[in-house]
Design a protein around this ligand. Structure first.
Ligand code: PMP
Length: 415
């Protein structure tokens, strides 16, 4: 029988095809479907649910706010919810890290934050090119697509995507000093590269296949940019909010980007919200120059604030993430040792199981679903099974999920 999803929902739908069931409720690291079957969720809303589904602390704050008729929609009007969030962001996140940023609320998606960051970089520098990296993913709107690697996604634009300048991401050329060209090209007036406004980079490429940039590579990139007046944008939409351990994914590299984009888990509850953080002197926007009806998702401001207070007032979550990540790394390394054509890489609680035979990753993801585990694939050829459990996942749940994954790998690779 044809479902209403098949009959009515556009062909563009994606995840419902990979996970062909109808979900009803969710709690913590678990999703339940309408047949009453439970699935362990190692996808976590593609990184939007770092604190789990319906996190009880955030839910209580949200329900209270709604019960009191708190403002839910306010564009960028001032509200108590926004004031409380800004103060919390300053006191819990920025000041303790010695970070001096102004805060912009763009429309509530990652791609909107990226658009704002690119626009601002071009406005401030008066330059046009943006350097980006192979396998990068920055979003689906035209500016963000122009700095995204994936050919199929780029083709979807239907118009030329100019003014991006792609360079190899760390490790892409297998040990070659891949930043040398950036350095040379910017300094050489005859290189053909007009001086870029900015470089945009993910410290770990989530959609691109869990590719990790080394801290030393990031530091060198930051130094090249700094010395030449090129702005460094770190897109922390997926890897921020503790995914790699620390709140910002760039902290461990010891770099301070000029602009940072955040979305996904910053709202805390899976509620849409995005932020652009910028060096104060870069805040050269005219009022309303970049706007959007849903800049003021105040319900998300409430859950964002409570999440920051609850999880980032000390280093408990970051420490736990490192320990859980180590558990994942050990389990995946064991798997990679057992089966040919399999390797693993990751940081914090983002890990990839990389298959030489790309088709196996999709098969493993499907077998995992059959066994009750949600894991998606990523990478240029969808060759990587990407693990993104909620950071709040219990150790037992983690072990259970890793066991289900091992079973799925066995089914696919031992057969
Ligand atoms: N940047 C990065 C690094 C992302 O991973 C994503 C989403 N996967 C985006 C930007 C775009 O975010 P959104 O889908 O909310 O527009």
């Amino acid at each position: 029988m044809t479902t209403v999803f098949e009959a009515l929902e556009s062909n563009v739908r994606g995840y419902c095809r990979y996970w062909p069931t109808v979900f009803t409720t969710a709690r913590g690291a678990w999703l339940r479907d309408e047949a009453g079957r439970d699935y362990l969720d190692f996808f976590a809303g593609a990184g939007a649910l770092n604190y789990g589904h319906n996190n009880p602390v955030l839910k209580a704050a949200l329900l209270h706010y709604l019960a009191e008729d708190g403002v839910t929609h306010a564009l960028d009007m001032s509200t108590t919810a926004k004031r409380d969030l800004l103060e919390t962001l300053r006191d819990v996140v920025l000041v303790p890290r010695g970070l001096d940023y102004k805060v912009q609320f763009p429309g509530p998606t990652g791609t909107n934050a990226v658009e704002a960051a690119l626009k601002l970089a071009r406005k401030v520098t008066g330059r046009i090119p943006i350097v980006h990296f192979t396998n990068a993913f920055h979003g689906m709107t035209l500016g963000a697509l122009a700095v995204t690697g994936n050919a199929a996604k780029r083709a979807g634009a239907g118009v030329p995507l100019p003014h991006g300048y792609p360079l190899p991401y760390d490790g892409c050329l297998g040990g070659v000093d891949d930043l040398l060209w950036l350095e040379r090209a910017v300094d050489d007036v005859s290189s053909g590269l007009d001086r870029p406004a900015a470089v945009i980079v993910e410290t770990v490429q989530g959609e691109g296949g869990v590719n990790l940039a080394r801290p030393s590579w990031l530091r060198r990139l930051a130094e090249i940019c700094r010395a030449r007046g090129i702005l460094l944008i770190v897109d922390d939409v997926q890897m921020g909010c503790g995914r790699t351990g620390p709140f910002f994914s760039f902290e461990s590299a010891g770099i301070t980007p000029d602009i940072v984009t955040l979305s996904k888990s910053i709202g805390g509850y899976g509620l849409p919200m995005a932020l652009v953080l910028m060096r104060p002197d870069l805040d050269q926007w005219a009022p309303g120059e970049h706007n959007g009806t849903f800049r003021g998702n105040n319900a998300a401001f409430v859950t964002a604030r409570v999440a920051l207070r609850r999880y980032w007032s000390d280093d408990g979550l970051a420490t736990a993430t490192a320990a859980k990540g180590e558990r994942v790394r050990r389990a995946l390394t064991e798997l990679a040792e057992r089966f040919d054509g399999l390797s693993t890489r990751g940081r914090g609680l983002v890990h990839g199981l990389v298959f030489d035979d790309a088709s196996r990753a999709g098969k493993v993801s499907r077998a995992a679903f059959e066994a009750g585990l949600l894991v998606e694939t990523s990478g240029a050829r969808d060759e990587v099974v990407k693990l993104l459990p909620p950071l709040t996942v219990g150790e037992d749940e983690l072990d259970h999920g890793l066991g289900l994954l091992a079973g799925a790998v066995e089914v696919v690779c031992a057969g």
